[in-house]
Design a protein around this ligand. Sequence first.
Ligand code: ADP
Ligand code: 5GP
Length: 190
Amino acid sequence: MARVFVITGPSGVGKGTLIRRLRETLPELRLSVSATTRPPREGEEHGRDYWFLDDAEFARRVGEGDFVEHAEYAGRRYGTLREELDRHLGEGAPVVLEIEVQGARQIRETMPEAVQVFVVPPSFEVLQQRLETRGTDGADTIARRLEVSRTELESQHEFDHRIVNDDLEATVDELVGIVRAQLDGAAAQA
Ligand code: ADP
Ligand code: 5GP
């Protein structure tokens, strides 16, 4: 039964929001803190939001085989650290990864038992609005992310679970249902 949950989908679709809400309902679920070479946004903290690494350190850790998956996204590197994932799993906790599509594909290869959920925006226009309203990125960055999202959206059918994040409460319920079914199944097997 799955102990690793991958939430993927384009930037701005609501992955972070959904995971926050999911973990309020299922507090045993741990979030794997990723590493990235992008600079911190205002209010982001090293070790809480990301492990912020410089290019050399990220490359060194790729060379050491420290990543379960890693990818380049909009000119920056992102990856899931093996030690982060193993620590939570070793403590018996289920883990959620918030990653982009290339990383999700790598996890599908190496951990086929992981449950993957692709979050779909109601429309491309709504996705753009959400990125703009979030207010964390400048116009160039938003344009670049929207460009990437076109390709990402084309890959949504690779994923077993697709949920359209239109009404937030309904989407949270749907996501909780998917995760809870797996965790209950795992508990029944134990
Ligand atoms: P991601 O983590 O996928 O980049 P965020 O969780 O940061 O996306 O969400 C992007 C923006 O959209 C945020 O401002 C968030 O509050 C908003 N948002 C998320 N889900 C919904 C929803 N269902 N309806 C309206 N706004 C939403
Ligand atoms: P942001 O810069 O908005 O925090 O993240 C940009 C994109 O990188 C998002 O789609 C996010 O899900 C993805 N991302 C975050 N952490 C990881 C990771 O560890 N691996 C991969 N492959 N993508 C990640």
